[in-house]
Design a protein around this ligand. Sequence first.
Ligand code: NAD
Length: 488
Amino acid sequence: MTIQEADINLLPDPAPLVGGERLTSTSGGVHQHVYPATGKPTVEVPMAGPADVDRAISTARAATESWRRTGPDTRRRLMNDLARALVARADELAALQIVENGTPQTVAASFPHMIADHLEYAAGWCDKIVGEVNPVWPVPGFDYSILEPYGVVAIIIPWNSPLYSIGSIIAPALAAGNCVVVKPPELTPFTSLRFAEIALEVGFPPGVISILPGGGEAGSSLVAHPGVDKIHFTGSGPTAQRIIQAASANLTPVALELGGKSANVVFADADLDAAAERAVGFSLQLSGQGCINGTRALVQDAVFDEVVELCRRKAEALKPGDPHSADTAIGPVITNTACERIMGFIDRAVAEQQARLVTGGTRLSGEFADGYYIAPTVFADVPADSEIAVHEIFGPVLSILRFTDEEDAIRIANSTRYGLASYVQTGDVARAHRMASALDAGMVWINGSGGLPPSVPFGGIKQSGQGRLGGKQGIAEFSRTKNVWIGM
Ligand code: NAD
């Protein structure tokens, strides 16, 4: 497996993009980007440091007044133009996403269209953000409340689906009238930079969208900066804790999209073949590097062995391969460190006899040896309190747990500190509603998954986050209320 020269030539200038210009020298050091499928270096990424963060924030601040006064019709048109331009360059964006983090082509190809949909949906809100008239007493007056943009929103995204992340978060933030400073990780700066270049090309004013590739240092400078009016963070719980501490100095509001250990509850009355297909698909997609992956399948006693066997067959049918190839289902994980961390979970589960290894459990060798590939892995008879049932592994590992009845399923499903997504497979509609009500999660998908349309609120509860993207709530997330009273 190789990476083509043409793919490297596609990469944008990796330097920070601030106020429509590349920063020619940065203060955060340099990161050597590596293509995860081959372990081979591509380009060096100049990382933003505190001085660059400072510059990006003052540039964004300078742009806020004019952007918030820009008519909703102009914002709507620009966002729709951007959506169209992204679709026109969908192949190029997908190719960047593949090189950036090894996302298989079939998945990468869908992201440009998904984020165009998010932009178009949010564009439709630009001219529908309305206020309210409030009754007041005892003094006669005319009182109204309006939604205003925060101003400068700092958006910090992770490496697992950076194109989808930037598109789905920026869309409501821009529609609400904010300027954004986005910090993609140093591991995956390319799709964010190309997104912002295309936004400039379609006419977004410089300073409305700035991109600061960088690591923890850039992130911590950004969230501690007094010029940031709102923080939107997607990533892990420990980083979220650090961000909340840093944000407390300026009392900056924070929205969090964090990790999960989502339960997928399979009842004996479900269509078992479809349920197993989903159990495998929902957990192993993106090599397990998805926040909403249903990595804990809870299967009812009576059909346990049958479902485990179906899952084994379906997991073994997932073909690891070159991310550029259209028949590759499983790509690499992001880094060698991630590969070793994931193998640590697997090796401990086997050595400590935490559970029964059904399939996988190895790092792939041969043509995959230089890359970061792990075989699709399934464990069965996983105790609810074992390490692989409790921790977010963020690798291609499905843990299958056993339950007896509905009450038992709810108890096990809700026994983690997470509450992002959950899934239920059942043929009983009344049970489906009971489960939806009982599960501690921000989102419940029953008998399938409707994808991630921009019209529905996305987000978690418990240690999976706070705040929502999507729908009306996504616009509210990036707006604040002002009340006005006029004496009559
Ligand atoms: P991470 O927390 O290590 O990093 C996320 C981002 O935070 C990166 O851009 C990183 O550079 C930055 N960062 C690191 N230290 C920081 C600091 N002190 N201050 C500010 N920013 C800092 O997470 P990760 O490993 O990149 O991503 C994986 C995690 O993200 C998983 O837990 C996954 O479930 C979660 N995730 C959640 C969602 C969601 O929508 N809920 C989506 C994707 C990923």
